[in-house]
Design a binder for this molecule. Sequence first.
Ligand SMILES: Nc1ncnc2c1ncn2[C@@H]1O[C@H](COP(=O)(O)OP(=O)(O)OP(=O)(O)O)[C@@H](O)[C@H]1O
Length: 265
Amino acid sequence: MAVLEMENVSLIRSGGPILEHIDWRINPGESWVVMGANGSGKTSLMTLILGYQWPTEGTITVLGARYGRVDLREHRKRIAWVSHHLTEWMTRDHGHQTVRDLVAAGPEAIIGASPNHRPDPFALHEALSHFKILERAQTRFGILSQGEKTRVLLARAHLAAVDLIVMDEPCSGLDIRGREELLALIRDHLSQIPTTPIIYVTHHVEEIMPEFTHVLLLKSGRVLARGPKREVLTAQNLSVALGVPVTVEIVHGRPWARVSWGASS
Ligand SMILES: Nc1ncnc2c1ncn2[C@@H]1O[C@H](COP(=O)(O)OP(=O)(O)OP(=O)(O)O)[C@@H](O)[C@H]1O
């Protein structure tokens, strides 16, 4: 069974098409990165996978559930969403709740904390500790830094033991050190759940860690390229996707893009 299948998916709004004719299949054992410039449609694509938006045409099947024939509120409990959009939402609506309560609510995969939920204290402690937020357990979510808020979402996902993790620009708003620390935590987390499929969204090629096997490259709402990482991450593809000529170098298993205009000066 495929982890995800999209057939001819389009999303049209009054201003025009946001996504057009997306065909995409994720097989078990694959971990995908979705890449594209600002405004290429990455987040819109994720909202379709999470069932927060409905495609104008096409079919979507996630974890064997065909959208339109499944209770999305129940289905979403199988998917973790780690996103700065979600941290903004939680800051607004649940900023007064403590880190501990919000992480404890992870197994129910709901937004916010559940007063009735009593998770295994050992597992909760382990999740807080692993994502380095144990010392912040009694702190209100709203006053955390961006990196800490993202680690709260990762801890929730960890505790929830979901079947699919969607990470939408988790390094957004972090400085280089913060980004590298978070990527190291994510790598460590992925090594503990090697069979759980991941979709990692970014517009920074250097965040593509060795664990990711495939890349979907978007350009203006359409698929520019898709497939095994080494085939997709060419200088030519990335130059078109990012709208600027780049060269690509692999360092310690991670690709790095360098803008190549004015290289001779
Ligand atoms: N509900 C909507 N109605 C109209 N236009 C929308 C809507 N949602 C998104 N868009 C537009 O669709 C395009 C794609 O947006 P989206 O947020 O999916 O891109 P993105 O690749 O995630 O961008 P970024 O990297 O900047 O977060 C943008 O031009 C955006 O303005």
